[in-house]
Design a protein around this ligand. Structure first.
Ligand SMILES: [Zn+2]
Length: 360
């Protein structure tokens, strides 16, 4: 079967490998029908040696598909079910999982990455492939409701595996109140998802801060931002203040997490404001944030990895209701065999490209 894997720094390949088998009784094998390329995948391949990525490691943590086989302990899904996977496979029963914090699962891991792999076993597989072995299938796979269980709806559901759930995590943790102002920093797939998710909380305005005109236009026309600002040509702090009577925004979601974005988020916050920092730019370059701003302005700063498995049961009915379509973030769909081109499109921020889906 075909699978995408890491070859060397900034180099991935698509090649033939063996179809995976069930190893543990809690495993399932899923035949992937659609997979996503995530901004995090770009980081894994650019910072491979620093992050412990080894040659041959399979990539991809966003996928939907059909259950092909199950181990004897799997009871939540059955062969033939159309499913979406949590980007992190989780046991569903440890100390943290039982407190709705599956991102801290004591035995889980992230598909297609070395992160959390200390507990993930020797064979962590990626979703950008024809088949994938899913550990702890009972807690890591979610059977899709009938109206979302078709090839036509795969794009709508796939972002729930990570990017849309992450945007929702930001919207939730920036505690958006009806009628207030929300700022989203970053115009990539997570930023766009945060804009879409923010609309669930009925803010008065959603301001998207980015650095790419085509993505900002996308944010306005497709994701639902009321205002956009290109930080390369205009000071986003002044822009936000100009739209909030000089006071700043109550809710800010930072999908970038680097020096600039964290500083901007703190500076553009209204007193008593709430910041949700989703991005992990600080893993690659240290951030010296002006935390004095947080003290003087009584800010609440939340950060953390999305708890996909805890959100899925809430998000699937929202998508099913037709209230929103997370699938709009996919601007390109390529064959799995063309994954290298997909990585190039996303890595170069090609105009018109926000996120790429791969079809095995
Ligand atoms: Zn757990």
């Amino acid at each position: 079967m075909l699978a995408t894997y890491y070859q060397d720094r900034s180099e991935i390949r698509v090649g033939k490998i063996d179809v995976p088998d069930i190893i543990n009784p809690s495993d399932a094998i899923v035949r992937v029908t659609l997979a996503g390329i995530c901004g995090a995948d770009l980081n894994f391949i650019d910072y491979g040696p620093e992050m412990g990525v080894e040659q041959g490691m399979r990539l991809g943590h966003e996928f939907v598909g059909i259950v092909e086989a199950v181990g004897k302990d799997v009871t939540n899904v059955k062969v033939g079910d159309r499913v979406v996977a949590s980007a992190m496979f989780v046991d569903g029963e440890c100390h943290h999982c039982s407190r709705d914090l599956p991102s801290a699962c004591e035995t889980g891991g992230l598909f297609g990455s070395p992160l959390f792999a200390q507990h993930g076993g020797p064979d962590i597989q990626g979703g950008q492939s024809e088949y994938v072995r899913v550990p702890f299938a009972n807690a890591s796979l979610f059977t899709l409701p009938e109206s979302l269980a078709s090839e036509e709806t795969d794009h709508m559901v796939l972002p729930l595996a990570d990017n849309f759930a992450t945007g929702y995590h930001g919207a939730l943790n920036s505690n958006i109140q009806e009628g207030e102002t929300v700022v989203v920093i970053g115009d990539g797939a997570v930023g766009q998802s945060a804009v879409i998710a923010a609309s669930l909380f009925n803010p008065a305005q959603i301001i998207l801060v980015g650095r790419h005109d085509s993505r900002l236009e996308f944010g306005k026309t497709k994701a639902g931002a009321t205002h956009v600002v290109n930080a390369k040509t205009m000071d986003p702090i002044e822009f936000v203040k100009s739209l909030t009577g000089g006071y700043g925004a109550m809710s800010i979601i930072d999908s970038v997490g680097n020096q600039d974005s964290v500083s901007q988020a703190l500076a553009m916050a209204h007193a008593g404001g709430k910041l949700s920092i989703l991005g992990f730019g600080h893993l690659y370059a240290p951030v010296e944030a002006p935390y004095g701003e947080a003290l003087w302005k009584n800010l609440t700063v939340h950060t953390g990895i999305v708890n996909v498995a805890a959100y899925m049961k809430k998000l699937l009915p929202i998508v099913e209701s037709g209230k929103l379509n997370p699938g709009v973030i996919f601007t390109n769909t390529l064959k799995l065999a063309d994954a290298v081109k997909g990585y190039e499109l996303m890595g170069s921020r090609a105009p018109g490209t926000v996120k790429v889906a791969l079809k095995p």
